[in-house]
Structures are given as structure tokens and as C-alpha cells.
Design a protein around this ligand. Sequence first.
Ligand code: FE2
Length: 336
Amino acid sequence: MAFTLSIKAASNPVVRAASAKSSAPALIRTGVRSSLKARRNLVVSNVAAPSKEQWHVTVHGPGPYSDRAGLPQLISKEQVEALEAELDQGAAIAALRRFNDNLRNIPADRWEAVLRPVFNELCFNLESFNPAFTSCLLMVQRTIGVSDYVRRDLALKNLIQPLAGEYGMHNGQEQLKTHRELFSDFFTSLFGYDLQQLLADSPPPAAAQLLFSQMSRDIMTGGSLSNDAMEQASYALGYNLAIEYLADYEKTWMLDSFRALDERIFSGLDKKIDWIFLEVHAEGEAEHAAIGHNAVLNLVPTDHMHILRRAMADHDRDFAAFYNRIADMLVEVARA
Ligand SMILES: [Fe+2]
């Protein structure tokens, strides 16, 4: 079964707020979790000319040949949703709330000094998910000769789309700006100079580098749990799911926080923020999370549920540490 999600105009607002007191997510999970996300037409400035972004992310669930006799039973949608609900109560969500609370409260007269080291970390961190996605995809490809032909292919048909999207490639359209270009545009519109200048003037982004090394180690070794290719692929799919699932909250809240800062600080400084990077991610991560969810449904056997849980917990722990560190940085620099 395949179905297409496209970004369309709609009136329903983003339903999750970073500073909500309740620990329970406001977003009700559905088979395609993104269906309740806010939809807006996104205007993306292409290299040649501005154009409307028409994303066509195609989510592929298990098909008629996925459950042939003799194959291990696949994990169910309900089992995966139960694991995602554990992430809702995890350390990363708490760290993201803390980061966004600190971000919204940075001092107006020191915003640049406070944000520079955080942008140095975010620049590395955001790019580091690309090799992480590639590693997850590779771990599934490496089950050639071990996993089922159809199941493996459907899982990969999902996984390739968010990775290609990082490089501006979406189904049925010309290649747009890469997400690195969009991040650079966002930075320049805020700070008034090139991202290259920040990178040249900054120390190595230690927190982001640590998280990248942890992600690479865990994804490429299946969390050091097993040398079995299928078990390592299940781990990678769980890890990928956790990245995409948490990124949905991360990017939605980051857009909300910067919009609040724009109102309180930046608009008064006559800054015209280029919102495309944040908007594309706030809108697109729900689709990516649906894709990560379905990649799991296509390949992971039900008796690998414990491996999925371990992978998701490993990312939750290390991603939380990263966000707690940059949340600290916001406060430390403001106090210095
Ligand atoms: Fe991206």
C-alpha cells in the first residue's frame, strides 16, 4: 500500500507547544501521524526563481507480498506506536522543552553572543543527521541475501526520501536548495553575515561532534548488541525512527521559539528573517516520521521489538544530552 502526503494549505494550527505543562503530547497519533500537522503552502526560494514547494512524500506500508508464508511475522503498527509513546515520556522531549524555554528567554541586549555558540553546534548537528540517515539506509541494504527481497526494498523505498530531501530532491520536481543552503540563508538573515564566518571564528562544536560519534558508533554496530545483519538492521531502523520522531517535536518547537524571538527582539532590529529552513522542517518532519515508522513496519520482525526499544532509548539518551548541553550554553553565555 502506498499513499501520498503533500503539503497543502489548511487552517488547523500546530497543536503542540514547547512550553505546555502537560507531559502528554497534544498530537493524537494516527496511522499517518502527520495528518494533523499544520499545513501551509511553503514558498521556497529556488536558486533560479522563487517557487512553491510541492512535496510529494510517498509513504509505503507493507504490500501484498510482504506477508508470504515462511517469513517471520512483521511488527505491528500498534507495537511501533507503543514504542513511540515511550519516547513521548523520554529524556529528549524534556531536554527539548528546556532548550526552547531557555531560547525564548535569551536577553535582548546579548542575543548575538548567546546564539553564536549554539548556532555553531546546530550547524554541525543538523548536517550530522545526513550521515546518520545514510548509515541507517546502509544497514538495511547490507541485509541483502538475508532479509526478504520485497520487505527490504519497501523499507528502502521509504528511507531514501528524507535523505534525498536533505539535498533538495523531492519526488516529481526540480532539485531545490539543499538544507545546508537553507540553513545558511537562515543564519545570514539573522546575523547579517555568512555562516562561513561563524565557522571560521568558532571552536569545534564539541557537543555535536560527541553526538555524531555516538550515533555513528551505535547505528553501524547495531548498538553492539549483535553481529547478525537482520538484528543490526532492526536496530538501525529503530534508531532512524527515533531520530525522525524526535525531530518532529524539535523542529516544530524551534520554529515557534524563533517566531517568539522575532516578535520580542529581531523585528525591532529591522531583521527580515528567512524562515524557509525552519518552516520546511517544522512542516516536513511529521512526514519523515511517518516514513521512518513505515520503514520499520516493512522489515522488522515482531520478535525484534526489544532491539527497536533499545535503539530508540540509545538515541533518546544521547540526543537529550546534546540538547541539555546547548540549553546550558544559552544560560551560561547570558550570565557571563
Ligand atoms: Fe533537513
